[in-house]
Design a protein around this ligand. Structure first.
Ligand SMILES: [Zn+2]
Ligand SMILES: [Zn+2]
Length: 345
């Protein structure tokens, strides 16, 4: 029986501030230039919680959530080379307009009028199948596990993007403020770039993993009242770069205070908190503040390359069936996991 005559399970956003709904929807057919991917794994990202909570709302409803998508190509649309069929791939989740100044430069993640954003505003990966332009499929080598590859789709590629923005040089002191999926991936990216890493987190299993991944120092926020002073103590003057993944006012202020002169602060995390500081904090130390969102297609290629070479790895806490999405989201919200939770349809 062809999949087109059947329906599939999909977890969808009904409206913000309501639980996601498990629905039966028709299996999509690839259009010209597209492939259909039979999904093997979809990582659970904190952004999925932001979408459920309405903190991130792109205005769309009744679409399938989930954006860390990996699987196997099972059908090709018109004009797509048939050799794609059967290939393991991870999905790049921005489909830019292809014509604006950002798309022309390969910055599809900044496209003001994207055609689709799987898992954010169009059908994503908490499902059995997805159709995407073949350009959005990054091949995954046979020896690489698809659950780990899936996490490169957001956590890994986001880390590569932010890491490249911060231009880490060998010997730079790099602080990772937050040890979630992106934090641990950033830690590994910074290490392979030659950075000396200080990981800031809440201790527990994550701290142990951070040490194993090459963090030189771990700061447990529950035991360290003034993280910024501790960083200045460990580094002599302060950090060259800090990646701020928490987005609370306290964490953001602390991040700014731990930088040395000419330090770079890269913001990735957010909550409902505003960021308040005095301009002089930036002026007299010539601080650079960078925002970083998502990744380019090339960042995802790089993340898969690093994973395939064993330079980057992605601990998986648990693989749960798609139907257990509520449990997966709840556990992600609670935090303190020893790795990513991945859903498998
Ligand atoms: Zn564009
Ligand atoms: Zn994500």
């Amino acid at each position: 029986m062809s999949p087109s005559s059947m329906t599939m399970k999909a977890v969808q956003l009904v409206s913000p501030n309501r639980p996601f709904a498990l629905r039966a929807v028709s299996i999509p057919e690839p259009e010209a230039g597209e492939v259909r991917v039979r999904i093997a794994a979809c990582g659970v990202c904190r952004t999925d919680l932001h979408i459920q909570d309405g903190l991130l709302d792109l205005g769309k409803r009744d679409f399938t959530v989930g954006h860390e998508i990996a699987g196997t190509v099972d059908a090709c649309g018109a004009g797509v080379d048939q050799t794609w069929e059967g290939r393991k791939v991870v999905v790049y989740y921005y489909v830019g307009c292809g014509r604006c100044r950002y798309c022309r430069m390969g910055d599809d993640h900044l496209c003001p009028q994207p055609k689709a954003q799987p898992g954010f505003s169009s059908d994503g990966g908490y499902a059995e199948y997805i159709t995407v332009p073949v350009k959005n499929c990054v091949p995954v080598p046979e020896h690489v596990d698809l659950a780990e590859a899936a996490t490169m789709g957001c956590a890994g590629s986001t880390a590569v993007h932010a890491g490249r923005m911060a231009a880490i040089h060998p010997g730079d002191w790099v602080v990772i403020n937050g040890t979630g999926g992106v934090g641990l991936a950033l830690l590994q990216y910074a290490r392979q770039a030659g950075g000396r890493v200080i990981a800031v987190g809440r201790g527990g299993a994550r701290a142990q993993i951070a040490l194993e991944m090459g963090a030189e120092h771990i700061i447990d926020v529950l035991e360290t009242p003034d993280v910024a002073s501790r960083v200045r103590e460990l580094t002599g003057e302060g950090a060259d770069a800090v990646f701020e993944l928490l987005g609370t006012q306290a964490a953001m202020s602390s991040a700014l205070n731990m930088l040395r002169r000419r330090g770079r602060m890269v913001m990735l995390g957010y909550t409902t908190d505003a960021f308040q500081s005095h301009p002089i904090d930036f002026i007299v130390r010539e601080i650079t503040l960078l925002g970083s969102v998502g990744s380019t297609l090339d960042d995802l290629y790089e993340a898969i390359e690093l994973l395939a070479r064993g330079v980057m790895r992605s601990p998986i806490s648990e693989v749960l069936p798609l139907e257990s999405f509520d449990t997966a989201l709840m556990k992600t919200r609670q935090g303190g996991l020893d790795g990513r939770i991945v859903l498998s349809p």
